[in-house]
Ligand binder design. Structure first.
Ligand code: ADP
Ligand code: MG
Length: 479
């Protein structure tokens, strides 16, 4: 990137809250229903109907506020944000403006130099989602699907503290992890339950004042966030270096053409004519309520990560990977509790072989065909020297496709490690006898050849000889 320019980014993340009904009505929020089957009169914006606030969204926003060390407002107010759009029959969106439910939060990311960096969270407010325009499969017309209208969202707004696309992604991942730990959003990005608008500007390095920003709308994958920001930064630098000016506007990232395009000039808050919604009472929360919610908070990712390092002696980065999802962390702890093996060995297997297999088959940890108890059974056979770590991978693959427990498979395939020293000695003797040339070279000082001999013995035994013993016997016989 161009060293003369500093990049400034602030994110507005929309997390769909995991309630079963909508924020102001009893209609279902289930994803994927036939168009317009899940919108009731309130969602459709009929005159004369009244919205009623869903208690659950207040609890969820409070949980989020506490998790990011924010202030949960004793009083917050719903406001009408007025604009016309075909998917918004009411002509306004109910949101929070001057008095949001959550303010002044923070979280910490690791920056490019490996240092902890604080990112301020300006606010998080509750609002309703709009419907959707549908173009696919329609000839020269558009349809409107209002199922999504009234779905509860938590909009989480960051300070302009992010300094690169990588930092923006790291921050967004942290928020994603937190909402999923809290169980307040499923975070499903394909279904649009977790998406962000990225506000991007550049300024000459050293300049205090912020540059003019463009807002990149509705980015729904971590990869797109990184990509869109990087292209937008390049574009802005080019505009300025060519003597032009960046205009404040809303832009769209086109992942097929890999470019950002102007959608519309950016509206100002006063274009929306916000005013308090006369149909809804202010939300008032007392300290006792907040404390009661605090009691329900699970252990959060940062704390869990520290505990994994402290209690299990894991490497920092392994602890970070394992705690990135609560389900994965739970799985790991279940294996550790059930195995005699060391926690770091368990971590290596979970992060390497298990995560690799899940990834290959497109499964979540909850769908793993090998349970935590079954994996512990396998790791115990490494621990007690029944099999080597290498053979364990083979056994694991067989477990994955349902061939049985580790013990069944070891038995059926005859994979038990050879630890009988006379058996190993006999094979070593055979290998030495068969390779007089290499023996001579080794004895003349070519130490590296030990690997060749180990390989030959392993080949003879189908990988089943205990590697430690093989090394020992070889060195003794070749000296
Ligand atoms: P809105 O987009 O609704 O007008 P704000 O003005 O509060 O809302 O800003 C939204 C986001 O844009 C925030 O995340 C904020 O940090 C970020 N932001 C504001 N100014 C800039 C800027 N000059 N460059 C980059 N990000 C900015
Ligand atoms: Mg915005």
């Amino acid at each position: 990137m161009n060293g003369a320019w500093e990049v400034v980014i602030g994110l507005e993340i929309h997390a769909q809250l995991a309630t079963s009904s909508k924020i102001f009505s009893g209609a279902s929020t289930a994803y994927g229903a036939e168009p317009n089957t899940q919108a009731c009169l309130v969602d459709l914006g009929y005159p004369g109907v009244l919205p009623v606030l869903n208690k659950d969204v207040v609890r969820m926003a409070t949980m989020f506020g506490l998790a990011v060390n924010a202030t949960v407002a004793p009083r917050s107010v719903f406001a009408r944000k007025n604009y016309f759009y075909p998917d918004l029959p009411k002509g306004y969106q109910i949101s929070q403006f001057e008095l949001p439910i959550v303010e002044f939060g923070e979280l910490f990311i690791t920056d490019a130099d490996g240092n902890e960096k604080r990112i301020g969270i300006t606010r998080a407010h509750l609002e309703e989602d709009a419907g959707k325009s549908v173009h696919e499969g329609l000839d020269k017309s558009s349809g409107i699907d209002l199922n999504r209208a009234g779905t509860p969202l938590l909009e989480i707004v960051s300070e302009p503290d992010l300094r690169s696309a990588k930092e923006a992604v790291a921050y967004m991942r942290k928020i994603h992890t937190i909402v999923r730990y809290l169980g307040i959003s499923d975070g499903n990005m394909q279904e649009g339950s977790f998406r962000c608008d990225a506000n991007v500007s550049v300024r000459p390095r050293g300049q205090e004042e912020l540059g003019t920003r463009a807002e990149l709308k509705n980015l729904n994958s971590f990869r797109f966030v990184e990509r869109a920001i990087n292209i937008e930064v390049e574009r802005q630098i080019e505009v300025i270096e060519d003597g032009g000016e960046v205009v404040q506007e809303t832009r769209l990232y086109d992942s097929v053409k890999d470019e950002t395009r102007s959608m519309r000039s950016k509206e100002e808050a006063n274009d929306y004519r916000y005013f308090p919604d006369p149909d809804l009472l202010p939300v008032e929360i007392d300290a006792a309520y907040i404390e009661a919610v605090r009691e329900t908070l699970p252990e959060l990712p940062a704390a869990k990560q520290q505990r994994f390092v402290a209690d299990y002696g894991l490497r920092e980065d392994d602890a970070a990977i394992l705690t990135a999802s609560r389900a994965l962390a739970d799985f790991f702890e279940d294996v550790v509790a059930a195995t005699q093996g060391k926690a770091q060995g368990t971590a290596n297997f979970v992060i390497g072989d298990l995560a690799g297999a899940l990834n290959r088959d497109g499964l979540d940890i909850e769908q793993s065909p090998v349970s935590a108890a079954a994996l512990a059974g396998l790791l115990d056979r490494i621990k007690d020297n029944t099999i080597s770590g290498k053979i364990a991978k083979e056994v694991f693959e067989a477990m994955w496709v349902g061939e049985g427990t580790a013990d069944d498979i070891i038995e059926a395939k005859g994979l038990k490690q050879i630890t009988d020293s006379s058996a190993i000695e006999a094979i070593v003797d055979k290998v030495i006898a068969a390779n007089p040339g290499q023996v001579a070279e080794y004895k003349a000082g070519k130490d590296k050849l030990i690997g060749f001999f180990v390989g030959q013995v392993m080949k003879e035994t189908g990988g089943k000889a205990n590697p430690g013993q093989v090394n020992q016997v070889l060195k003794q016989k070749l000296s």
